[in-house]
Design a binder for this molecule. Sequence first.
Ligand SMILES: C[C@@](CO)(OP(=O)(O)O)[C@H](O)COP(=O)(O)OP(=O)(O)OC[C@H]1O[C@@H](n2ccc(N)nc2=O)[C@H](O)[C@@H]1O
Ligand SMILES: Nc1ncnc2c1ncn2[C@@H]1O[C@H](COP(=O)(O)OP(=O)(O)O)[C@@H](O)[C@H]1O
Length: 270
Amino acid sequence: MIEKAYAKINLILDIQGKRKDGYHELKSLMIPIEFHDDLKFEPSDSIELESNVYIEHNAIIKVAEIIQTKYQIKQGVKITLNKRIPIGAGLAGGSANISATIRGLNRFWDIKMSLNEQEDLANSLGSDTLFCLHNKRGILTGRGDHIEFLNVEKPIDAITLVCPNISILTKDVFSHYNHSGVHDFQRSVETYLTKGDENVLYNDLLIPAFKTSPKLQEIYDQIQVLGLKPHLSGSGSTLFLFNLSEDEIERLKTIKDIVIIHTQEHQELL
Ligand SMILES: C[C@@](CO)(OP(=O)(O)O)[C@H](O)COP(=O)(O)OP(=O)(O)OC[C@H]1O[C@@H](n2ccc(N)nc2=O)[C@H](O)[C@@H]1O
Ligand SMILES: Nc1ncnc2c1ncn2[C@@H]1O[C@H](COP(=O)(O)OP(=O)(O)O)[C@@H](O)[C@H]1O
C-alpha cells in the first residue's frame, strides 16, 4: 500500500503577531502541488522505517508509535519512505509525512478513525499537518489549525520551484520576525482569486528568511536581475515562479547551486 505525501506552497503568508503559547497567529492561502514523497506500508512485527534519506528523529516513527499505542494495535508496520521533497525548504515535507502516516496507518491497520479524529491528531503533531491531511486549496488560520477550503476553478498549471541547497529551520525564521506587514490579506486573496494577479501575493517571512539565510537573498536577487518574479514559500528556502517560458527557464538555469523543479497545483482526481 502506497500513500503520497504532497508538498505545499504558500501563495500568501500573513503573520498576524505572536501568541501567548509562543506560536505566531497566521493567515495563509495555500495550495498542494504535484510533488510528493511516497510512503509504502508493509506488514512487520515491529515498527520499522527504511528511508532513502537519513533524517534524525524521523517524525514518521513517532506518529506510528503514537497511533499504535492510542488504538492498541497488535501488529507492527514497515514503512519505506522515498523522499523527494527537500528538508527545511518551506514545502512542508515533514508535515506531509506526518499526515500521510496518519492516512496510511488508518487504512493499513484498518482503524476506522473518523476524519475529525485524524484532524485532531494531525493538529497535535505540527502546524501544516491539517493542510497536508486534506491537500486541497484553502485558507489557513490560527497556527494553521483551521482551514477554509476554496473552490478551484482553474488550477495553477505551470509552477517552477527553485530549491537552493539551503535547509532553514522554521523556528529561526520566526525568531527574526518583528513586525506586521502592511498588506490587506482578505483583499489580496480576493484579487488573486478573481484576477490571477501574482503581484498581490506576499510573504511576511521574506525578510526574516533573508536574515536567517543571506545566501537565499542572493539567489532571490539573482532571479530578479534576470527579470523574473520569485515568491517565497513558507519560511523558505524554496522560491516559486509561475508560467515561465522556455527562454526564461534557460535564464534561470544560469544560477548556481539551485535545483529547478517543474510542477503544478495538485488536484484530487475524482
Ligand atoms: C511557516 C509555515 C507556513 O506554512 O511553513 P514552513 O515554511 O515551516 O513549511 C508553517 O506554519 C510552519 O509549520 P511547521 O514547519 O510544521 O512548524 P512547527 O514545527 O509547528 O513549528 C516550528 C517552530 O516555528 C515557530 N512557529 C511555527 C508556526 C507558527 N505559526 N508560529 C511559530 O512561531 C515556533 O517557534 C515553532 O516551535
Ligand atoms: N519525515 C520527515 N521529513 C522531513 N522532515 C522531517 C521528517 N521527520 C522529521 N523531520 C524534521 O522536521 C523539520 C522540518 O522539516 P520540513 O517539514 O521539511 O521543513 P519545512 O517546515 O521548512 O517545510 C526538519 O528539521 C526535519 O529534520
